[in-house]
Structure formats: C-alpha cells, structure tokens
Design a protein around this ligand. Structure first.
Ligand code: SAM
Length: 220
C-alpha cells in the first residue's frame, strides 16, 4: 500500500486490491469532519454513540473523539473492520488533532484489541465482515458508512447490511456516507431510511439517511 497526501495535508493510503484510496483526495480529515461528524450531528450530541463500517486509518474515529474531548462529553464508538491495518501503519498516519492523538497513541500500544476504555469513553472493534457482524439493536446515534465504493466493495452496501444498520440506529439517528450512487440510495430507502441528498465538500453530493418512520416489512 502506498501513502498519499490529501489536499488538506492529512495522509491516506491507496489500496491496490480495491484500486481506491481510503479517503478522498480533497482531504481525509476534511471528509471526517464535514461529512461524518457534522452530517450525523455527532458534534452536537451530549452522549454520541457512533457505529462505523470500515475503521481504516481511524481518521473518522479521531475526528469524533477530538470533538467529544473539546466538548467534555463521552464518546462511545463501535467500528466494524474486516481487515485491520497494522499498528505501525496507524502510527504513521498522524493528524493535527492535539487531544485525540494522545488517546490514539495509548490505544495503539494495545492494538489490535476488541475494546479500549478511558475517561474519554469507549472504542469497540468487531473484526469481521459487516455482512456477518452482529450489531446491537437501537444503539447508535450515528452510522458512518465508510467502506470502499459500492462498485469496488459491494457486499458492504448490500440491502441486508443497510437493514442491519437501520436496526442498529436509534429513532432519529443518522447515517452518512460519501456515496451518491442511485442504486445504493434506492436500497437505503428500501431499508427504512428517509434519504437526503446533501451537498458535498469537494464532491457534488453526499448521502444522509435518517432513521424515521416504519421499518420495512419482514421479507423485503
Ligand atoms: C475507505 S476505508 C475507511 C476509512 C476509515 N473510515 C477512516 O476513517 O480512516 C474502508 C475500510 O472498510 C473496510 N471494509 C471493507 N469492506 C468491509 C466489510 N465488508 N466489512 C467491514 N469492513 C470492511 C476496509 O478494510 C477499509 O479499512
């Protein structure tokens, strides 16, 4: 895998198997803040509970943690990751987040463990394919759907996975993702989300799904 510097000065990796980078060229941290944190309102929740598909370099985790530490609230973060990166790689991906980086260094000392806890909150990792993972029901205030693209990584965007994510969200919780693909948006609607196209930063559109209204009938 090869390091690439994104336009906001934060690093990402290019994955030769998927032939995609872990983050957009416009900015790894930019996307974490403007899309995942802000479009799910994680930065406003008094006790955010985030469920992430694809922990990757932990950029989204660290952005959410920085926001929680700045506000003095506890973060609970559950990430599903089927191919965890080695500690040395995560250590090399430094971010300009003074509070979160200190906690992340401590986490990396014991990486990869399934659970980390501290006064800042809790990080749990399910080292599994999201299609097989068991998720806690009605738990999350936010879902960060961040696998590689639907074209390169289709199993992570499938209808059964989207339904599972819907069931893991609390009422009114929000799912955010960079993908604006039509087939994905239809599947998201079919999984019981109210779907919104939102303007992206450095990209025309992102997608937000809100967990409101009835769940789809069983068997759909
Ligand atoms: C775009 S990167 C995620 C970047 C990450 N969110 C961050 O903040 O650095 C995609 C990640 O999804 C993981 N992934 C891909 N398919 C998956 C699946 N089916 N289940 C769980 N994780 C998956 C990959 O291993 C990779 O780490």
């Amino acid at each position: 895998m090869e390091w690439v510097l994104t336009e906001d000065g934060t690093p990402t990796l290019f994955h030769p198997g998927y032939r995609e980078a872990y983050h957009p060229r416009q900015g790894a941290l930019l996307q974490a803040r403007r899309l995942y944190l802000e479009k799910t309102l994680t930065h406003l929740y008094p006790a955010p509970r985030v469920l992430e598909v694809g922990f990757g370099l932990g950029v989204n985790f660290r952005a959410a943690l920085e926001s929680a530490l700045e506000r003095g609230v506890r973060l609970r973060y559950l990430a599903v990751e089927k191919a965890p990166l080695p500690r040395e790689v995560l250590e090399a991906a430094r971010l300009p987040l003074p509070r979160a980086e200190g906690v992340f260094r401590e986490i990396l000392e014991a990486w990869p463990e399934a659970r980390f806890r501290g006064p800042w909150g809790e990080l749990r990792l399910l080292f599994a394919d999201v299609a097989q993972a068991e998720l806690p029901p009605f738990w999350a205030s936010a879902v960060y759907l961040d696998p590689f693209s639907p074209k390169a990584n289709p199993e992570a965007w499938s209808a059964p996975v989207l339904l599972k994510l819907r069931l893991a969200l609390r009422a009114g919780g929000r799912l955010a993702t960079y993908s604006a693909q039509g087939a994905f948006r239809r599947a998201l609607r079919g999984a019981g989300f109210r779907v919104h196209r939102v303007r992206g930063v450095g990209k025309r559109e992102w997608t937000v799904g809100i967990a409101v209204g009835p769940l789809p009938a069983p068997g759909r």
